[in-house]
Ligand binder design. Structure first.
Ligand code: NDP
Ligand code: 8X3
Length: 253
């Protein structure tokens, strides 16, 4: 049986990806900061699927915490076949000059440095076993830059550069590296971005049917179920009503 480590399973994409991979028969290492949600998901996964699950509660911004968490894995969970770097966020949606530096730090530290810390910890094992797959959850924000999103977009552009670099450096070790770049998707993402303002968060999706977490789990399932000789490098997925960052066809009522 293969083992997948997914970061950020306490909500949204990560939660759906965990359930989907369990359905595909992966044993799981699941991570996040909210212990109650982590424990609840662990219980659900163990009840619903014949898989082993090991929850790890830590903040991906803290390299020491990441290292301790990975070192604490029991032997049966130490061989990671699939790493899904999903934990991430946008914080704030204001012009650069009006934005808060702590929001900048949080996005760069989570989306870029957290992803680097986790990848650095998992890659040596994959090199040793001469196989593995890393899926980075990026964003349409890694492809286009939109108003009031400079640092979030920068963080996801960085994710794309890291993805491409890893793909080049790890190919000799039989490790696949993929990215998934969703457009508008309704999870807790916008509530987090607007610091808990649910009205502003809801308005992001007004007049269109956004992607949902299951759509992203579908995409991850497609990527991991290709034959060994096929690598899905990058997938960009949008709601049917979103052409790009700037053009969405929204219903008027
Ligand atoms: P959610 O807010 O629903 O989920 C984010 C997850 O990331 C949570 O499980 C959260 O767990 C975890 N997380 C955030 N910060 C940290 C941290 N410092 N340490 C550990 N875990 C952390 O958002 P989504 O599911 O939508 O987002 C998942 C990924 O998808 C992100 O990388 C996001 O940028 C990307 N994305 C989202 C899109 C969208 O429109 N929704 C579109 C494109 C990409 P906890 O709080 O428990 O730590
Ligand atoms: C989240 C999607 O459009 O807000 O990554 O950048 S968007």
């Amino acid at each position: 049986m293969k083992t997948a480590l997914i970061t950020g399973v306490t909500s949204g994409f990560g939660h759906a990806i965990a359930l989907r991979l369990a359905g595909l028969g992966y044993n799981l290492v699941i991570t996040g900061r909210r212990i109650d949600r982590l424990n609840e998901l662990t219980k659900q996964l163990k009840l619903d699927f014949p898989v082993e699950v090991f929850p790890l509660c830590f903040d991906v911004r803290d390299n020491e915490a990441c290292t301790k968490a990975i070192q604490s894995l029991p032997e049966s969970f130490q061989k990671i076949d699939l790493l899904v770097n999903n934990a991430g966020l946008a914080a704030g949606a204001s012009p650069f000059q009006e934005s808060d530096l702590t929001d900048f730090d949080q996005m760069i530290d989570t989306n870029v440095k957290g992803l680097l810390y986790m990848t650095k910890l998992i890659v040596p094992g994959m090199i040793e076993q001469k196989s593995g797959h890393i899926i980075n959850i990026s964003s349409i924000a890694g492809i286009e830059v939109y108003p009031n999103g400079s640092v979030y977009c920068a963080s996801k552009h960085a994710v794309n550069a890291i993805t491409k670099g890893l793909r080049i450096d790890l190919i000799q070790h039989g490790i696949k590296v993929s990215s998934v770049s969703p457009g508008l998707a309704e999870t807790e993402f916008s509530i987090v971005r607007y610091h808990g303002n649910e009205e502003k968060a809801k308005a992001v999706y007004a007049g269109l049917i956004p992607l949902n977490a299951e759509d992203i789990a579908d995409t991850v399932e497609f990527i991991v179920t290709r034959p060994a000789h096929v690598s899905i490098n990058d997938i960009q997925i949008n709601p049917a009503q979103q052409a790009n960052t700037y053009i969405s066809h929204r219903n008027s009522n």
